[in-house]
Write a protein that binds this ligand. Structure first.
Ligand code: MTE
Length: 312
């Protein structure tokens, strides 16, 4: 992805990790005191709180799950810095309550969801998905959430809804990385409506049975396991149904490197590196990257007849 220019981010803009951890310890103590309080309080929304009523699902894998520590401390969330440990260190400044998600655009039922209403829209399931970052690393993550189609069905898209746009929160006060022009904020991603309706496409609110940590996109994020990780927008505040293909943040930043589809495809190289192999976090040897990240049986028909080198 893009390399951060050191001068773009002032060190004073970033909460020192020791202060962040201290604050977290304090808040976790508060969370324990508040146990038993109504769902939806700030304490209940804290990362690490177990999500109630999570069902098993058919989405399981034989692959070993990536340890919780790696899933939550090595990732990308440029709103909190471009280093792999920056999101875990800096995302404590994100406030996930109150939080609303606007569903709007070409739909018969536009709606502003309060996050705690959204959480109850459909039964929560655990789904173990392979995730592949465009940079060449991969993980196996037990997400908790429900299919995005549950929300889309209720929104009733009109005949003009061809694409769905996902917008991340834009608030440089909470997201220090947004004070630097690394991307044209807010972070925007998009899917074709049929991709968004695919049962694999998940609105995730947790991982490892617990509330999603901020660095992983709390309180709600997208997970599209057959596409490179950047399609899976975090900390979503808007889901917009549109007629024209959205201009995504990465297409705006580097159109020759990041296309709209971004399906995991070992035979289409990134202009600056091969995509044939990947490093599964925790493994020593690289493994072959699978077409559609191994989800071809479920999703290949979405792209029948398309030249996937052209529509990369
Ligand atoms: N969403 C936002 N808003 N900002 C980001 O920088 N990074 C993306 C994606 N979603 C990103 C984002 C990239 S490149 C990847 S690989 C995944 O988040 C990584 O996070 P995860 O391990 O929690 O899925």
């Amino acid at each position: 992805m893009l390399i951060r220019r050191a001068a773009d981010i002032l060190s004073s803009e970033i909460t020192p990790p020791e202060i962040y951890r201290e604050r977290r310890r304090f808040m976790q103590g508060m969370g324990a005191l508040a146990a038993g309080a109504a769902l939806g309080t700030a304490a209940e929304a804290e990362a690490g709180v177990r999500l109630a009523g999570v069902r098993a699902s058919p989405y399981k894998l034989d692959d070993a799950k990536t340890p919780y520590k790696d899933v939550t401390s090595y990732n990308n969330f440029y709103e909190f810095g471009t280093g792999k440990s920056d999101p875990a260190e800096n995302a404590g400044s994100l406030k996930t309550r109150p939080w609303t998600v606007a569903v709007e655009g070409e739909v018969r039922n536009p709606r502003l969801y309060d996050i705690d209403t959204l959480l109850k829209l459909a039964p929560l399931e655990e789904r173990v998905y392979r995730m592949r970052c465009v940079e060449g690393w991969s993980m196996v993550i037990p997400w908790v959430g429900f299919s995005l189609r549950e929300l889309i069905r209720r929104a009733e898209p009109t005949g003009d809804a061809k694409y769905v746009e996902f917008v991340t929160l834009h608030d440089p006060k909470q997201m220090p990385g947004q004070r630097a022009r690394i991307l044209d904020w807010p972070y925007v991603e998009g899917l074709r409506l049929d991709e968004a309706m695919h049962p694999l496409t998940l609105l995730a609110v947790g991982l490892y049975g617990e509330v999603l940590p901020n660095q992983n996109g709390a309180p709600v994020r997208l997970v599209v396991p057959w596409k490179y990780g950047f399609k899976s927008a975090k900390s979503i505040v808007k889901i917009r149904f549109v007629e024209k293909q959205p201009l995504t943040a990465w297409m705006a930043a580097a159109p020759q490197e990041y296309g709209f589809y971004s399906n995991v495809n070992p035979s289409v190289d990134h202009p600056r590196w091969s995509q044939a192999k990947e490093r599964r976090i925790g493994e020593f040897f690289k493994r072959d990257t699978l077409m559609f990240n191994g989800y071809g049986a479920q999703v290949a028909q979405l792209y029948r007849g398309m030249d996937l080198k052209k529509f990369f």
